[in-house]
Design a protein around this ligand. Structure first.
Ligand SMILES: [Zn+2]
Length: 339
């Protein structure tokens, strides 16, 4: 099969890779009609995370099941399935409490590399959720979004305790931040303030349900949110960037007693004294997307939400390098790749 491999910062190539095979009896093999590039793939593409050896890329996926191992009982060949970036058994105590991304048997799909024609999915019965039938093509981007960015944005909104009547602020206007807006709208957030300086992203944020856009950043951005909330700060703040600056911006924009849901992959240290005196609830981490998949699949299947709109660039998988460049240069919010 063909798959994307990162050789060094800025050097991603489409190469011949071994076709995946069933390794464990709990595995499934899927064929991907579409795959995509994640903002978090840019950490290694930009050299912020070290690239020590050529690495297969990608952790978001949907696909048609081609084969299953002998121990797989619920997932069947021919089904259209969606899974998350952590494979999980969905049966251990941690999974059953809703934290499948910390499953005691979890496996990172990024190590498998789903920017490819085929992928092996471990723990298929626990990891994968099938749609009622094979979906029409126009729904595929939305299901692909559910695999990570929608599920992550959704978790961020839940972690930030978004609820009817609350004021929500979103730090980060990437795909996750934008889909956190969609989630916050769905969860009843009354006022949804997005921090963005990019016109196409502002437009999409408004389409997804944002009520206010502010362009200031850092302390200035946090001060603007305080201005908009009677000097108090937002009830629920979503952090979807992953730098110390964006995290502090989120904390400073939250009222005492409020909640920060953080899903940007945190890079760098945070000052403990600021955390201490902020009086905010902080909850986040790698999103347990699997928890939300049945609900998200239902909403997409019934065309209640359209998260696939975050894909503003579609390329053949051959042009994966162009897809990374476009996202790196912020010419694209999110790139969909067609094998
Ligand atoms: Zn588990």
């Amino acid at each position: 099969m063909r798959g994307a491999v990162l050789h060094a910062p800025g050097d991603v190539r489409l190469e011949r890779r071994e076709d995946p095979t069933i390794v464990e009896s709990t595995d499934a093999i899927i064929r991907l009609p579409a795959t995509c590039i994640c903002g978090s793939d840019l950490w290694s593409y930009r050299g912020i995370e070290a690239v020590e050896a050529p690495a297969p890329m990608g952790h978001e996926y949907v696909g048609i099941v081609e084969a299953v191992g002998s121990a797989v009982t619920t997932i069947k060949p021919g089904q259209f399935v969606i899974g998350s970036f952590f494979a999980s058994d969905n049966t251990c105590e941690i999974c059953r409490s809703g934290y499948q991304s910390s499953c005691i048997h979890r496996e990172l799909m990024g190590a498998i590399g789903t920017q490819a024609e085929l992928a092996r999915v471990p723990l298929a019965d626990g990891t994968l959720v099938a749609t009622p039938e094979v979906p029409p093509d126009d729904l595929v981007p939305s299901f692909l979004a559910a695999s990570d960015v929608l599920g992550t944005g959704w978790f961020a909104a839940v972690a930030a305790e978004v609820a009817p009547g609350k004021t929500v602020a979103v730090v980060g206007d990437g795909a996750v931040g934008l889909l956190a807006v969609l989630a916050a709208r769905h969860l009843g957030g009354e006022r949804i303030i997005v921090m963005s300086r990019h016109e196409p992203r502002q437009k999409l944020a408004l389409e997804f349900g944002a009520t206010d856009i502010i362009e200031e950043r850092g302390d200035e951005g946090a001060a603007r949110i305080k201005d908009l909330t009677g000097g108090l700060g937002a009830h629920s703040v979503i952090e979807a960037v992953g730098t110390p600056e964006s995290m502090l911006q989120a904390i400073h924009a939250t009222r005492p007693g409020g909640h920060v849901g953080y899903v940007g992959v945190t890079h760098g240290d945070l000052p403990g004294d600021e955390l201490f005196f902020s009086h905010t609830h902080l909850h986040g981490g790698p999103a347990p997307v699997r928890r939300f998949l049945p609900q998200l699949i239902d909403l997409i299947w019934n065309r209640k939400i359209d998260p696939g709109k975050v894909f503003d660039l579609t390329l053949p998988l051959d042009q994966v390098a162009d897809g990374y460049r476009a996202m790196d240069e912020r010419r694209a919010i999110k790139t969909l790749l067609c094998p």
